[in-house]
Design a protein around this ligand. Sequence first.
Ligand SMILES: [Zn+2]
Length: 240
Amino acid sequence: MATPPPPGPYPPHASSPRFSGFPPGQPQYQQPPQGQHPAAFVCDVCGAQPAARATVRGHQGMIIVMRFLKRGGSFCRTCGLATYRQMTSDTLLAGWWGIFSFFITPVVVLSNVMGARSRFRELPPPYGGWRPPLDPGKRLLFRLPTLLILTPIALVLLAFPTLLVIGLLAGDDEPVRVSVGDCVEGSPEVPGQDIEAVGCDSGRAQYRVSDGDSCGPTDYLLSVDHWAEGQSGLCLSPVS
Ligand SMILES: [Zn+2]
């Protein structure tokens, strides 16, 4: 009894009966562009040429356990970039959840970017094939998981110079310095003691600066930032 031939390998030509036409508007060469020779590999996914052998990796962190994913084979430029974008994007979303996974995820992402992605990008546009290539979709940079990761990183990176500028601007505000006998107005509550020196007979004086030794129960301790040189342990006593 004759056994039917095993399926595959799939014929790498568009003339195969499996080929049912490319979607309209999607440019597809059916012959090698001029000057380009048929390639050694055909795409495992769509049968187009040329293709490069590469492995795209993924990672899933699940708190205690983790899962390493990989998809290896020959990919044309379009199917390769589609696989790279999908697996890397999924890793950016599902990779971080675990102590080890937190450190493994960036390594996996970088290895995809430096390895598989750059191999696929070196390939010229594919031609031929027995089915349309995978949809490459949006670039990785514009996918939601990438934006979710990059936005906080960008905010942290921006926060440092912003705080530095605020600190420098705030640093210009030298605190008011006073001695025993001076008068001030403002809010003496600590922290954030905000006082201004005024003349004791100006009518605006709310507190008189007194020596710490004569601090009363209703007095406020004066923050050390406001002590004039040579002063110590100052209090603010309400002007009666
Ligand atoms: Zn392909």
